[in-house]
Design a protein around this ligand. Structure first.
Ligand code: HEC
Ligand code: HEC
Length: 604
């Protein structure tokens, strides 16, 4: 399919029938109809699916929902659209594309996303991001028939063409961070036996946003960061701190074959996110959500080059993992107008990109050397950019970072933690610290584990200067502050699904939290008394210093724990790795009482 209409410059695709109340649309997923004449765009905060007619280039249908949308899947005949909608008690809505009506609503878990339809269209798989599992829905019965655990924050998935294996991208590493070999894994579910296998990506892998199986079913490709957390973060040159990569997993034996870098020697390809294949499998498309570019990789040529590398030879694989010129000559980087390309659909020689921040869709024909813009279309009339939104864009944006290597969101995905330690020079070197979540950072001074910044405002400005190596106007830092202050906690998956209230066990744990003495240092509502203290946890170069008492809201999602990420789980914090003598206090508790205490802190 080839579009014939060439309309350069932004065009308005839609007048939007339904008001958006000044809110952005925030498109998060895009799919094409089987013939390529229609695109379906799921809008997150816009709570709607917009259908774009690609021949007339306009939005011709708008389907409204009551919740934030997170993902889309389409039946092969284009008749049924499956839309995942977020929240503590998530759901999948089956939509008749002809009428736009909801045919049925299926149950899913916490923040369901990345729906995948089996080739026989009898089963739907949905990743539940905050339940760390995958729901299997029997579509004939309209029921959940299994929940299969994966590792941590599954955000993307793809089925092999025969439907036998489901590849799931776990966004974040799990486990302690003060160890060698920290990194994220890909989970593979055998859809017949429902058994799962974990495939570790290379050391430092985190931020696994996309995964796709090649059209011939021979390998799966995951897109992610590779964090060089072992070295002090003192410079960005040549990917010193962080690189972006695609990892190839062979489907026949589920082995990780190669990890190829997406950056160039003097320019990063930051925050790699969406991935797609052309139908013939010859072009692999990856978006950089931090730089608003696409990488178009020639797959046959790539494999010709990879053939020369023995995946069993650790040295050869290590050289490849650091080679910033491997893709030269076989990859084109294409820039376009949209901001925040987080989803893409490839149809023939065209790629359609949905842009989270500019509320727009770009159509690009890549049969031309430089890529040719078909259209750059706004999905609705502009809404005024608030300081919060501008701050969110800046937080995710690597355009002003030195050589575009990273953005704040590279280590603070969704303004939380990437699950890794970093040796930032802010408190000296050789004493790595676990990346912190930004939630409540502005109301819990001091900032940084050892309180080396007076407050989060100072931390934000230090981050711009010393991590992105850029000098930026005060106004931008002010907007980042506004964004971070506007963050809301995500309701804990450990709360009652219907009411969002504490469970009975957590209510009992709440009492223990007060009687055992936790509340002395972690008093509600912030769960910190804002004091710096020595609780017997600081070692090595940090011995004799004081640590800031952390707040505990959303602690269920910020593993690993303690300043150096030594505790993989909250159980570890209460157990052998306790602090402030709590393991002693906790050892007076029965197993049930401890479980209740855990249930409580997991609910915050
Ligand atoms: C290379 C990874 C990395 C990048 C990139 C990064 N940070 Fe951080 N950030 C960290 C780590 C690690 C910590 C904890 C450090 C410590 O406590 O000493 C942290 C802590 C913070 C804190 C303190 C929060 C608190 O409650 O104490 C703020 C604020 C912050 N970062 C803001 C930013 C901003 C703004 C940017 C972008 C300009 C940014 N960070 C980019 C790794 C990173
Ligand atoms: C004397 C003050 C004090 C008491 C009492 C105390 N804490 Fe803490 N807590 C801290 C400090 C300080 C840290 C940070 C330690 C570090 O990172 O090395 C911390 C860290 C934590 C963390 C890790 C948070 C994170 O983001 O990594 C959890 C969870 C926690 N405390 C829970 C509890 C519970 C549950 C109790 C009661 C059983 C308790 N604390 C008692 C001061 C205290």
């Amino acid at each position: 399919m080839r579009l014939r209409i060439f309309a350069l410059g932004a065009i308005l695709l839609s007048g939007l029938v339904n008001s958006r109340g000044g809110h952005p649309l925030s498109p998060v997923d895009v799919l094409s109809s089987p013939g390529g004449d229609r695109l379906y765009v799921a809008c997150g905060s816009g709570q709607r699916v917009l259908c774009v007619d690609t021949t007339g280039i306009q939005v011709d249908q708008e389907i409204m929902f009551d919740h934030e949308l997170t993902g889309l899947e389409l039946s092969q005949d284009g008749q049924q659209l499956y839309v995942t909608a977020g929240g503590l008690q998530g759901s999948v809505l089956e939509i008749d594309t002809e009428t736009g009506n909801t045919v049925r609503c299926l149950d899913a878990g916490h923040t369901p996303m990345a729906p995948q339809l089996s080739p026989d269209e009898k089963t739907l798989y949905v990743c539940n991001r905050f339940d760390n599992d995958v729901t299997v829905v029997d579509l004939e019965r309209g029921e959940t028939v299994a929940r299969i655990p994966v590792v941590r924050e599954p955000v993307a998935a793809d089925l092999s063409p025969d439907g036998r294996l489901l590849f799931v991208a776990n966004l974040l590493p799990s486990g302690a961070a003060n160890v060698k070999d920290a990194g994220a894994v890909v989970s593979v579910i055998d859809t017949t036996s429902r058994k799962t296998r974990q495939i570790p990506l290379i050391e430092g892998s985190t931020g696994v946003r996309g995964i796709k199986v090649s059209p011939d079913g021979s390998y799966a490709v995951a897109v992610h960061h590779v964090a060089h957390y072992q070295v002090p973060a003192t410079q960005l040159e040549r990917g010193w701190v962080m690189t972006s990569a695609i990892s190839f997993i062979r489907v026949s034996d589920l082995s990780l074959l190669y990890t190829v870098l997406l950056d160039d020697a003097e320019q990063g390809f930051p925050n790699p996110w969406a991935i797609g294949f052309s139908g013939d499998g010859n072009t692999l498309v990856v978006s950089s959500a931090g730089l608003n570019q696409l990488s178009l990789i020639q797959v046959p040529e790539l494999f010709e080059k990879l053939k020369l590398i023995d995946p069993q030879d650790p040295q050869a694989v290590a050289v490849l993992g650091n080679d910033l010129s491997f893709l030269s000559g076989i990859r084109r980087r294409i820039g376009f107008n949209g901001v925040g390309p987080r989803a893409l659909a490839v149809v023939g020689n065209c790629v359609y990109v949905a842009n989270y921040f500019s509320d727009s869709v770009d159509g690009i024909d890549f049969s031309f050397a430089e890529g040719c813009t078909l259209f750059n279309g706004s999905l609705g009339p502009d809404v005024p950019l608030t300081d919060e939104r501008r701050g969110e864009i800046l937080f995710n944006d690597a355009r002003d970072c030195f050589q575009n290597w990273l953005s704040c969101a590279s280590c603070h995905p969704d303004a939380r933690t990437d699950g890794l330690n970093w040796d930032l020079p802010n408190d000296g070197v050789g004493n790595p610290k676990n990346a912190k979540s930004m939630l409540l950072a502005h109301v819990t001074p001091a900032a940084m584990w050892l309180g080396v910044r007076a407050d989060a405002e100072t931390g934000v400005r230090a981050g711009l200067r010393h991590i992105e190596f850029s000098v930026r106007p005060e106004d931008e830092a002010r907007c980042i502050d506004a964004y971070l202050k506007s963050l809301h906690p995500v309701p804990s998956p450990f709360r009652d699904r219907e009411t969002g209230a504490l469970t009975v066990a957590a209510e009992r744990g709440k009492l223990a939290f007060e009687t055992v003495g936790c509340a002395g240092c972690h008093p509600a509502p912030l769960f910190t008394d804002l004091q710096m203290r020595d609780v017997g946890t600081l070692l090595g170069r940090d011995e004799g210093r004081l640590v800031d008492t952390p707040q505990l809201v959303e602690v269920w999602r910020t593993a690993p724990y303690l300043h150096d990420g030594r505790a993989a789980t909250l159980g570890d914090v209460l157990g052998s790795m306790g602090h402030a003598g709590i393991s002693k206090a906790a050892s007076g508790l029965s197993k049930e009482e401890l479980d209740d205490l855990l249930a409580y802190i997991r609910s915050l």
